[in-house]
Design a protein around this ligand. Sequence first.
Ligand code: KIV
Length: 269
Amino acid sequence: MSNKIKNLLKKRNKTKIVSLTAYSNHIAKILDKYCDITLVGDSVANVLYGMKNTHEINIDTIIRHSKSVKKGIKRSIMVVDMPKGSYKTPLQAKKNAKLIYKKTKCDAVKIESNNKNFEIIKEIRKAKIPVMGHIGFTPQFKKKFSVEGKTKIEIKKLIKEAQLIEKAGAFSVVLECLTPHAAKIVTKFLKIPTIGIGSSANCDGQILVTDDILGLSGFYPKFVKKYANLNSLIERAVKKYSKEVIRKKFPNNKNFLYGKWKFKTNFQK
Ligand code: KIV
């Protein structure tokens, strides 16, 4: 296990773990200063490609975005989501995890749980690749959105799933859209840190989609807090640019590459 991950594990119970998603190096460079984990999420499908879900994004696209993100990473743990269909069997999972790990030089991969793929995590760990789990609402496997952990039976199931993920060798697990009570109990039952999204403050850390908190994606469920409104900022800038081009205010003398046009020419039409 890398020092980065060992340090993360030491943080548990001392300070909260901060995580966000990135799909490109300029965003990753900013996140890297403040986040413990930078995730190249398969949410890139909805956020950047306008797909209706995360199912169609393929391994080549994830690798391409991860290579860009890697250029912005110095200190945070870079985790790459394995796309749907890339870990159907333990052997396929190991082969694809190795490909992602080798090509992107990430620190870990993340796989969503369908309450079955514990062997898959074990197989990826055999290749010495750190794995992050993901339980609760897992968009790769669940069609209909629902909050999980509302009943005693559901909570018991979530605890078991999380414990099997931990036993299989994962270093951390994302809890997506669990009730606050379920998040608290699952976190209590685990030795590895839990990272919540829409699962209350009862987790060891938090993750959100960066484009959501920046007000860029147009997706703002209740669990997202908009920390900026970049959509309107961008619109204002583009509107101004458009006006200035039409009114011949841009470019002006200051925008010439070679300074002012000083000499006279003899060119005639
Ligand atoms: O793909 C993603 O962005 C994620 C997070 C929301 C956890 O999996």
